[in-house]
Design a protein around this ligand. Sequence first.
Ligand SMILES: [Mn+2]
Length: 326
Amino acid sequence: MNKDKLKRIYNEIKRFDTIYIARHIGPDPDAVASEIALRDTIKLTFPSKKVFSVGASVSKFKYIGKLDKINEYDYENSLVITLDLPNMSRVDGINLEKCKNIIKIDHHPFVEKMGYLEYIDEKATSTCEILLDLVNNTRFKINENIAKTIIIGIVSDSNRFLFHPSDDKVLYKVADLIKKYKLNLQEIYDSIYRRPMSEVRLMGYIASNIKVTRNKFAYIIIENDIVNSFNADASSASNMVNDFNNIEEFIVWMFVTKDLKSDIFKVNIRSRGPVINEVASNYNGGGHKFSSGARVKTMDELNSLINDLDNLCKEYIKEKECKNEV
Ligand SMILES: [Mn+2]
């Protein structure tokens, strides 16, 4: 954590009257929760500022809060804060090329420079955890609702403190929020994790049909008619990759869905050993060391990605065997 930089971000926010907050397309709960939590924090601390959280709303995440619709942007005199977004091309709802003043706050590995002030903390579980650091180290005020929103982002991205890099620090920080605002953790969990039976049935389909190689690489291409037959949508199918953690038979697993609009294969990859973001970056993707995504256009490209990940697993197992760790 870099306290001086957090203070600089606070001072920059203080300087501007109009602020836009943006995140990535195809958002997850951390992306949406962070843009809502930061907007509400700024508004609570500085009631006269105009603050907007932009990007398409996702009905599934309505429980987190409402986003703002804007027809005209004041690109010249405003501050833009990008959250949970490592590269400009994946931004939703705003044209970053036109923005004069950009601050970036993110926990993904660095991809490209976007703003004049950048705060990247790869050791944070989520962008919401960084926002909590920002609140805890500056004069920002929050309330019960904002505290809840911040916890939604942290819990979702860390999958209840299961994923790397969850540690004692984040547990203490969340515990402090729960205590201070007397939050009901079960209620928060319920809002995040409640789901229809149709999704669980689709998970059953995936579990029954996923292919596993002898190098412990698992993958499945989930066709859209299958997704539809379970009454689910492609993005929830693809996010189910997070529910297949800690399965003995594989160390890297990949879910592929097809985006109907762009006719592109959307790939979601997870690992509990090999570092996967380097391979993903060769296929129009990237992300965290153990949690990455990619987008490929053709079946040939997809097969080559499958091959690369399978080889990565093979190398990883070989190395482990040499060290006698398996
Ligand atoms: Mn995130």
